[in-house]
Design a protein around this ligand. Structure first.
Ligand code: FES
Length: 98
């Protein structure tokens, strides 16, 4: 095993868990599409290599989902929709420039 520090300023963890309607889950909303849109916009802004967008499994707050977390800054967005993309990117911007 090797140990190092993260090469990224922050990670966007986009919960895309789906339970196929058996129970509320983030995959019921826009998160899968949002993840792709976030990746596209981060690339367009030249933030690739600084910000990593990853699908995550359940973050344990399903009833407030769809959920997106900025880590390690600990910013949590719930009830997220595709229209929230600009607000999420605005929250990321200071960490990229800092
Ligand atoms: S399904 Fe997303 S937090 Fe549980």
């Amino acid at each position: 095993m090797n140990r190092s520090t993260t090469p990224y300023k922050c990670h966007l963890l986009v919960c895309t868990t789906t339970r196929d309607g058996h129970r509320k889950s983030c995959g019921d909303g826009d998160n899968a599409v949002l993840k792709g849109a976030l990746k596209d916009e981060i690339g367009r802004r030249g933030w690739k290599g600084l910000v990593r967008v990853s699908s995550s499994g359940c973050l344990g707050q399903c009833d407030s989902g769809p959920n997106v977390m900025i880590y390690p800054q600990g910013i949590w967005f719930s009830s997220v929709a595709l229209a929230d993309l600009p607000e999420i990117l605005a929250a990321v911007e200071p960490f990229v420039q800092g």
